[in-house]
Design a protein around this ligand. Structure first.
Ligand SMILES: NC(=O)c1ccc[n+]([C@@H]2O[C@H](COP(=O)([O-])OP(=O)(O)OC[C@H]3O[C@@H](n4cnc5c(N)ncnc54)[C@H](O)[C@@H]3O)[C@@H](O)[C@H]2O)c1
Ligand SMILES: [Zn+2]
Length: 386
């Protein structure tokens, strides 16, 4: 099978296409023209120095060839720059460049660039169009699709944001070849998150690819030999996410069914807490989610929701993504307190996404779980990974 895939994303607010393939950056101009129509004259490429140095010229050349007037704005590289202060600088740039409501933004980069560019597009002139060209595995399968945008603040991660769907998503899998190995690991963790809540078919497919890539301490993922399989798996992940989001675009707080968008937060309760207590500097988001998946599975087992076999299976698959940084010197009390500020709190109670088995997520209020059980599992977990 070739590398090309086309998926459609349909929500109550919008319908857009997600194109997956090889060497698509060269065609980004034609693609943007097709999606935007003739009225758009100007586009602003939002990226960071790292990604722009690699792919900025290809994208800009293609956009210019399709008749756009192109400018670019680059943020500093890193999660800690996904802030209101960066968004404000971008807003000033857009205004200075006289960007109009008929113009558009192109987010070229990972989830940090995509979230910041998407958020700024949502608020500039009360909303202009934007495109996602994700260049990390995590952004390809998760953050570029679904319309959640936002920035971090002193009081927590992603607590300021907006729902704003892109006009289109262009995934050039060739860009994965320059991605550092740790970032691939992080992306695979989010893939396993999808698989754990989707079902055994996706978990098996993910496991098969990870076995082929054969990561071990001495080698690197050899992704260039498996482009077709990677494209297929990315498509399967997006198909799963879009199905969930289509039915619950704005994550209705009252929804507690296993089809709620909330289930996509599986692994994120501990994940976000670990990111917070390590000041967002030690772990990659996806790595923190990797730990979060294992913790949620462990807790599910302790509460007799999920059997030993499924927990082992998740551990085995996660083992294939490459090493996660150890959790030494992490204070259990601090992690526990970080749970409380998690945005999955509804009416004062944390909502935890647990598993009744692979593909069987449940949303449970932490009030219904004895705190002592959470503390016990957490303590054991942090010791095991320290
Ligand atoms: N909006 C959503 O629904 C959603 C979902 C999941 C995650 N997120 C957010 O996504 C962010 C994490 O995204 P991420 O993991 O992509 O991190 P990231 O954007 O920080 O990118 C990781 C690193 O890879 C570099 N990079 C990107 N593409 C590259 C390439 N092709 N070659 C070489 N280097 C490259 C970046 O410069 C960066 O240093 C977090 O802020 C998280 O909150 C959002
Ligand atoms: Zn995530």
């Amino acid at each position: 099978m070739g590398h090309k895939r086309k998926l459609e994303f349909v929500t109550p607010s919008r319908r857009y296409e997600i194109e997956i393939g090889d060497s698509l950056l060269e065609l980004s101009g034609r693609w943007a023209k097709k999606c935007l129509g003739a009225a758009a004259k100007r586009v602003v490429v939002v990226s960071n120095l790292t990604v722009y140095a690699l792919y900025g010229e290809t994208v800009t050349t293609s956009l210019t060839a399709s008749g756009f007037v192109v400018s670019h704005w680059l943020m500093k590289d890193g999660e800690r720059f996904k802030t209101l202060a960066s968004a404000e600088k971008l807003l000033e740039f857009l205004s200075h460049e006289n960007i109009q409501r008929t113009d558009a933004i192109i987010a070229l980069g990972g989830g940090v660039v995509g979230d910041l560019a998407g958020f700024t597009s949502a608020i500039y002139l009360r909303g202009i169009e934007y495109f996602q060209i994700p260049t990390t595995l995590l952004a390809m399968i998760d953050s570029s699709v679904g319309g959640k945008t936002g920035v971090n603040s002193a009081f927590g991660k992603n607590l300021i944001g907006a729902f704003h769907q892109p006009k289109g998503v262009l995934i050039d899998i060739a860009t994965l070849e320059t991605l550092p190995q740790r970032e691939l690991t992080a992306g695979f963790c989010e893939m396993i998150k999808h698989a754990a809540i989707s079902g055994t078919a996706l978990l098996k497919k993910t496991d098969e690819l990870l076995r082929k890539l054969e990561f071990d301490q001495n080698t690197e993922f050899q992704i260039s030999n498996f482009r077709s399989e990677i494209a297929e798996l990315i498509a399967a992940n997006i198909a799963f996410k879009t199905k969930i989001v289509a039915n619950d675009e704005r994550e209705n707080i009252n929804k507690t069914s296993p089809k709620s968008r909330k289930i996509l937060n599986f692994g994120h309760t501990l994940g976000h807490a670990l990111e917070k207590v390590t000041n967002y500097r030690y772990l990659k988001h996806g790595e923190a989610v990797g730990y979060g998946i294992l913790f949620a599975a462990e807790l599910s087992k302790t509460l007799d929701l999920c059997g030993e076999k499924d927990v082992k299976l998740l551990n085995d698959v996660l083992h294939r993504v490459g090493p996660l940084p150890r959790l030494a010197n992490i204070d259990e009390q601090e992690v526990f307190e970080a749970f409380r500020s998690d945005k999955k709190n509804v009416a004062g109670s944390l909502q935890m996404i647990l598993l009744k088995g692979i593909g069987k997520p449940v949303i449970i209020s932490a009030n219904e779980i004895p705190h002592s059980a959470i503390r016990k599992v957490l303590k054991r977990f942090l010791q095991k990974w320290s």
